[in-house]
Design a protein. Structure first.
Length: 288
């Protein structure tokens, strides 16, 4: 196991984490509380930190427009406490994942084994130093069902990696908007229009971010320059290194199982139709 392989593995499971934002129960349950638009996403992901303000959420999420965050946080905490939001989120995950995965996969021995391996990796995270979103989620009790435990383990590893990724972005001088632009124009994440809408940036703000990157020689005609490609590779390599510590306990045999289960999960999520059409770029899922 090396840092690059670990990075591939957590990305292989990332879509299972992401479905928790798109299942219909999210709109239904949080809509009943009066939370609309981007408020449920912003609330559920920040709730483990407590009733924090919008500035804290914008800082830890990094690539959201702070003005968008301010429309939802801290007003969300007047509709439901962070503890209630987190409880509802885990109820949704426990109820929805078996449906998304399908009964055969959700109850399979391989998925149960993957949950054990990833829980062990998550529990091997050395500490939360400099990792605020990970540290907050680490305080959430482990759920009971196997699919939900798998989801929680993925979430811990994902947030741990994400906190380190922000550190890498800061060291390399990319703002949240600039980081989002470089990721989307590379074609490996959200499509440009979907990313801009989802993260709350106006066309004018996005264009200004592109111009800033062009001035630095990182973007040209809405594509990464060779310097931009090199920067993205350097960022991802550093992120993988910063996230590697908990994966040292994973054996080569475990890696093979995780790769198989990750593929099955990706196929199940793709078949669910939960993600909107046009949401992803042409190279979505590639590493660099």
């Amino acid at each position: 196991m090396d840092a690059l392989t670990a990075g591939k593995l957590i990305r292989a499971f990332d879509r299972l984490h992401s479905v928790s934002y798109f299942v219909p129960e999210v709109g239904e349950r949080f809509g009943a509380l009066g939370m609309e638009g981007r408020t449920p996403y912003l609330a559920v992901r920040s709730a483990p930190m407590g009733a924090v303000g919008g500035e804290v959420v914008a800082a830890t999420f990094y690539n959201f427009n702070p003005a968008l965050v301010a429309t939802a946080i801290p007003a969300a905490w007047e509709l439901a406490s962070p503890e209630t939001v987190t409880a509802i989120r885990y109820e949704i995950v426990s109820e929805a994942l078996p449906r998304v995965l399908g009964d055969e996969l959700a109850t399979s021995a391989e998925l149960a084994r993957a949950a054990v391996i990833l829980r062990r990796a998550a529990e091997a995270i050395p500490n939360g130093d400099g990792r605020p979103l990970y540290a907050a989620h680490a305080g959430v009790p482990w759920p009971d069902s196997v699919p939900a435990q798998l989801w929680h383990a993925i979430t811990l590893l994902r947030e741990y990696r994400g906190d380190g990724h922000i550190a890498a972005l800061i060291v390399n001088g990319l703002s949240g908007l600039e980081a989002l632009i470089t990721h989307t124009v590379a074609g490996i994440g959200f499509s440009v229009d979907f990313a801009r809408l989802l993260r709350g940036w106006s066309r004018e703000q996005w264009a200004a971010g592109v111009d800033s990157l062009k001035t630095r020689g990182l973007v040209d005609d809405d594509a990464l320059t060779p310097a931009g490609v090199e920067l993205r590779s350097r960022l991802e390599d550093l992120t993988d290194e910063l996230a590697f510590a908990p994966w040292r306990s994973v054996s080569d045999v475990d890696v093979e199982l995780l790769e198989r289960v990750g593929k099955l999960i990706r196929e199940a999520v793709a078949s669910s139709g939960l993600f909107p059409g046009g949401a992803f770029g042409p190279r979505y899922g590639e590493l660099r």
